[in-house]
Design a protein around this ligand. Structure first.
Ligand SMILES: [Zn+2]
Length: 352
């Protein structure tokens, strides 16, 4: 017997929800035509996931209110996607990198080796999980800016724990997020003048313990992000955060970034506007719905957040959390699209 379906979409259960065998044709039909109605409201699909088709880019473009962000003549930023893809390859080559593992420690050293000369901090603690105590370590690289305020970018580097003995390597889920942040560090480091960037401070955070140890719940997930949210609430940092962006599963060769409605609408719109400037908006927001990820502890505390995620990894998300999450499913072009768009978003935030 099938357990009752939940309306809560998490990275853990989304795959199951999206693969609902009761209406696969409807799902296919809906997603291909980019219908503006929600899947949940269709008569034939009353139990469909809450992730739904969003207005097409054309509709968005014509119906949008005047943009609150002014055009500017700054050159569009571009990451070195070939290098970011190489990082993804190297990170994935360590093998499974779940918390508590030897490969996890190797990856910590790998990340730190790439941040030599940067302002690096870590946030290490012991997490109490359903499988016992585990060391968890968030790694931070801070790039100070001339403006008062912080833009935080998260990307988790741990891989799925329950799949640790299946050969699962998390090329997209864990690999791509680690790599894109390493490339952001290269870009931010290069843009420093007098040791400061022209804009807000940017803090890159390689988060740890994003994955659930057993089953995704509020207490068995996003261990590192929860720890940072509590810490930053206590020390007042949280009030200085202008925006918090999460990069997750952004390397899929068939790139469709979801509009994760667990986020600040104005920030989601800003990302779309940045994608338009880069001319790659067709890869954004064909679907929308609430997804739980590393940003949730900050959503709960009123921080403007956006989770940049493609939770349609393979047909009906079939590669997500399976040993099929391997390098051959990814492409440098996807890293380019997401990398460039988010850097332009940071630039646009700087102008606000
Ligand atoms: Zn995952």
């Amino acid at each position: 017997m099938k357990p009752p379906r939940t309306l809560r979409i998490t990275k853990e259960n989304a795959a199951t929800d999206l693969r609902d065998p009761s209406c696969p044709l409807w799902l296919s039909f809906c997603s291909r035509l980019l219908l503006t109605m929600t899947l949940a409201s269709t008569i034939a699909c009353t139990k469909a996931p809450t992730v739904s088709a969003a207005p097409t880019s054309e509709v968005l473009a014509t119906s949008a209110a005047p943009q609150p962000w002014a055009p500017d003549n700054a050159p569009l930023p571009h990451i070195d996607a070939k290098r970011a893809f190489q990082y993804t390859h190297e990170v994935t080559a360590f093998g499974p990198r779940y918390i508590g593992s030897e490969n996890h420690k190797k990856l910590e050293r790998y990340i730190l080796d790439h941040l030599k000369g940067d302002q690096v901090e870590d946030d290490a603690f012991i997490a109490d999980t359903p499988e016992g105590k585990f060391p968890v370590r968030n790694i931070l690289a801070k790039f100070p800016g001339t403006k008062d305020g912080i833009i935080v970018i998260f990307g988790h580097y741990d891989t799925n724990y329950p799949l640790r003995n299946t050969g699962y390597v998390g090329a997209n889920d864990g690999g791509s997020s680690t790599a894109i942040l390493l490339e952001y560090a290269n870009q931010l480091r290069g843009g420093l003048r007098d040791k400061k960037r022209d804009g807000y401070s940017v803090w890159l955070v390689w988060t740890d313990g994003e994955e659930a140890i057993k089953t995704w719940t509020d207490t068995d997930s996003v261990y590192g992000a929860r720890h940072l949210a509590e810490k930053w609430e206590k020390d007042g940092t949280i009030k200085r955060i202008k925006a918090l962006l999460v990069m997750d599963m952004i390397g899929d060769a068939d790139l469709n970034i979801d509009r994760n409605t667990n986020g600040a609408p104005w920030l989601l719109d800003l990302i779309y506007a940045a994608a338009e400037r880069q001319g790659c908006q067709s890869h954004f927001y064909a679907r929308q719905g609430p997804i739980e990820d590393d940003h949730m502890p900050f959503v709960k505390r009123g921080v403007p957040t956006a989770d940049v995620i493609d939770l349609d990894y393979g047909y009906n998300n079939v590669f997500h959390h399976t040993p099929q999450d391997t390098m051959d499913k990814l492409s440098p072009k996807s890293l380019q699209i997401v990398g460039d768009t988010v850097l332009e978003t940071v630039h646009m935030l700087d102008q606000r």
